[in-house]
Design a protein around this ligand. Structure first.
Ligand SMILES: [Zn+2]
Ligand SMILES: [Zn+2]
Length: 502
């Protein structure tokens, strides 16, 4: 299938996103989100599905070609800010006295108008289709560009003269033809690179024209038509109206015409910014190392997304398994693994990966996720007991905070028999006491667990507050322990120490 580069294609996996890549083997279009590891500047990328190299779809596909928005170019000078600039810069000089001050003001206003037109080019070239503000014409630097343009014209005259001296009429005509044809390219180069030499360098001019290709000449034809039309209208007004009216009208039209032309040139740059190397995005990622870990991780994300949408769950599973083999505790990958296995309802794999998944879910304080996973685990293994005391207490604590009292208790069942020597015994049974008191109003049972901690865990840092806990339990108050203390070792214990059962 021949893919017309100027026609917009949507990404196969992200409808609504413009595709930038096409795999001829798989017949799929892919967007930058699918191809985070592709090099759009060098236009290299490999198909995530089959590995063959991708074809780069023209970057311009996402930009409306300029020939399809000609009416918008004509409306451009009629918006508020450009209209004001044109009005001030062409009408004010007509009201001035013909003296030195009047001359100076006139020159300044002409400079401001030209400065504004170059701002229009740069502004549009960045994809901003709203005109620059009025202030752009009168503030900041950038007046130099006008003198540079003047210098470019002088240089061109010098080149023509030199050509005449060297090669006679034929060479003059040839050079003149080239310069006339390259004039818009020269303005573009001057606006973008702010360099007189770039703007008269025949190699650069030719390269710019050939990179844009035939659309450059389409635009050229528009420019000729525009200038003819503008000339005819100005001529008409000058001929048929009183100079008092016709002069301002002609001046106004002339300035408006300039804005249209510069806006069009800016748009041409914007449309072909990648061909011309003015694309900020692609120069950024060209500087990046394409095999950085961040890049690989993005590639994995994109692959997962693609295969999920293709319904190839087992392939996603192997990608995740491989990624987790290299980076066993990556929370994002574990999260993806958890969601995938839950969606596939693969109890066996969920059970097999449960220690890391429980750790991730408790880290995220995802009580619902914990609850779901535990349900699956108990279904696989009704007598399931978690064999990591720290993880057990952490999970139970998250469940307790979320009001899942039964599940919290179930996790901590027979904790002192399973982990008699663990330093988690004190926080574990403190938690049990809290669940019993605050969750089930079983103060007596809470007291016996606290007494157990009092007797058995005398070395534990939590022990010194045990009297406060016991007093609260005996008074049948909510078990909160001592007021805010943050010296406990890890997050779970801190929560326990401040223990607000909300
Ligand atoms: Zn996509
Ligand atoms: Zn492919």
């Amino acid at each position: 299938m021949a893919t017309d580069p100027t026609v917009k294609h949507d990404c196969h996996y992200h409808p609504g996103d413009t595709a930038k890549w096409h795999c001829d083997a798989c017949q799929v279009d892919l967007c930058p989100r699918c191809m985070p590891d592709a090099d759009s500047r060098k236009r290299r990328g490999n198909c995530p599905l089959c590995g063959s190299s991708l074809r780069y779809l023209a970057a311009n596909a996402e930009v409306t070609p300029f020939w399809q928005r000609v009416p918008a170019f004509f409306r451009y000078p009629l918006k508020r800010d450009p209209l004001l600039v044109v009005a001030i810069c062409t009408l004010v000089p007509l009201l001035l006295q013909p003296n030195l001050l009047g001359l100076i003001v006139t020159v300044v206003l002409i400079l401001a108008l030209f400065k504004y037109t170059y701002a229009v080019i740069n502004h549009t070239a960045r994809g901003k289709l709203e005109p620059p503000t009025l202030a752009t014409a009168f503030t900041g630097d950038g007046f130099g560009i006008v003198f540079m343009q003047l210098a470019v014209f002088i240089m061109m005259a010098v080149i023509l003269t030199t050509a005449g001296m060297l090669g006679g009429l034929f060479l003059v005509l040839l050079t003149a033809a080239f310069l006339v044809l390259a004039l818009p390219a020269s303005v573009i180069l001057l606006a973008m690179e702010r360099s007189i030499t770039a703007a008269i360098n025949p190699l650069k001019l030719a390269a710019l024209m050939s990179r844009i290709g035939w659309p450059y000449f389409v635009m050229y034809a528009y420019l000729i038509l525009l200038s003819l039309a503008s000339g005819v209208v100005q001529d008409f007004t000058l001929r048929h109206f009183d100079p008092l009216i016709s002069q301002p009208v002609a001046g106004f039209l002339n300035s408006a015409f300039m804005l249209i032309v510069f806006h069009m040139l800016g748009y041409l740059i914007y449309q072909y910014r990648q061909e011309l190397g003015y694309d900020e995005d692609s120069s950024d990622d060209a500087a990046e190392d394409h095999h950085s870990p961040r890049d690989r991780s993005k590639r994995i994300d994109a692959d997962i997304d693609i295969y999920l949408k293709n319904g190839e769950y087992s392939r996603v599973f192997s990608i995740l398994k491989e990624a987790l083999r290299k980076d066993p505790h990556n929370p994002a990958r574990l999260q993806q693994m958890y969601r995938l296995l839950t969606a596939m309802d693969d109890s066996l794999e969920l059970y097999r990966h449960h220690p890391r998944l429980l750790a991730m879910l408790s880290q995220e304080r995802d009580a619902r996720g914990l609850q779901t996973l535990l349900t699956v685990i108990y279904r696989e293994e009704p007598l399931f007991r978690l064999d990591d005391p720290t993880l057990t207490v952490r999970c139970a604590e998250v469940l307790y905070q979320a009001g899942e009292f039964k599940s919290a208790l179930k996790l901590l069942q027979d904790f002192h028999k399973r982990f008699p020597d663990s330093d988690q015994l004190a926080p574990g049974y403190l938690l049990v006491a809290q669940v019993l008191a605050n969750g089930f109003a079983q103060w007596d049972k809470a007291v016996s667990f606290l007494t157990f901690v009092q007797r058995r865990c005398q070395q534990h840092p939590l022990h010194k507050d045990i009297d406060i806990w016991l007093e609260q339990a005996r008074n049948q108050q909510p078990l909160k322990g001592p007021k805010a203390r943050f010296e406990a070792v890890d997050r779970g214990e801190t929560r326990l120490a401040t223990g607000n059962p909300s």
